[in-house]
Structures are given as structure tokens and as C-alpha cells.
Ligand binder design. Structure first.
Ligand code: SF4
Length: 112
């Protein structure tokens, strides 16, 4: 998102040009757009593979499988706003025994 000098805000359009290009190619070849056929510019540029783009209507797509996971959440979903962009929650291990063991290991590593 970009704030311009006159206060106009530019929002993400999910790389609509790439979507249109893939849709036209698929229509010419009389087929559906395949999963991973294209991705957005930000997803392509992200070295951590942190952004996944795809077709939620295709239950076999990577994005649909990730979205079906329990860790998936959307901002203010409780207001029923149904955001297109959702996130994966970080999993932390709340087991106190394991946390203590991790602390001891880190402490031992620092002493070396
Ligand atoms: S690069 Fe990413 S943020 Fe920018 S328009 Fe495309 S999908 Fe949206």
C-alpha cells in the first residue's frame, strides 16, 4: 500500500494483470488456470516463500490446503468481513518442560 502526496491510497489489486494474462492463456487453450501457473510479483520476489497466491475454489491448490488449516486466520473475521488475505498463526510450544530444556541448551551454548 502506498500513500501518495495528495493522500490517495493505492491498494493491492492482487496483480490483476498477471491474473488476466493467465486467464486469457487458459481460455485460448480451453482449460482452467493451473495451480502454480503464475503468482503475484510480491510472492515471486519473497525469498522466504511467505506469500502464497492461488485459487481458493480449487480444493487441491496449495493456498486452499493452507487456508483449511486450523492455524489460518483473517483480520477481524469475527465481524464477518471475509477478507481475501489471511494469515498463518505462529505455533509456539507451550510445554514448560520443553521450554526449560531449550533455555538450558541456550545457556550451555552461550557458555561455550
Ligand atoms: S505485488 Fe503483491 S502487493 Fe503488489 S499488487 Fe501484486 S499482489 Fe498486490
Amino acid at each position: 500500500m502506498t500513500v501518495r502526496s495528495r493522500g490517495v491510497m493505492e491498494k493491492c489489486n492482487y496483480c490483476v494483470q498477471r491474473i488476466t494474462h493467465a486467464r486469457i492463456n487458459a481460455e485460448r487453450e480451453e482449460r482452467k488456470i493451473r495451480d502454480n501457473e503464475f503468482t503475484t510479483a510480491c510472492a515471486q520476489a519473497c525469498p522466504a516463500d511467505a506469500i502464497i497466491f492461488g485459487d481458493l475454489n480449487d480444493s487441491n491448490s496449495r493456498v486452499a490446503k493452507l487456508r483449511a488449516q486450523q492455524r489460518n486466520y483473517g483480520l477481524l473475521e469475527e465481524l464477518n468481513n471475509r477478507p481475501r488475505t489471511t494469515y498463518m498463526a505462529v505455533v509456539r510450544n507451550p510445554n514448560p518442560e520443553l521450554e526449560r530444556a531449550m533455555d538450558q541448551r541456550e545457556h550451555a551454548t552461550e557458555q561455550k
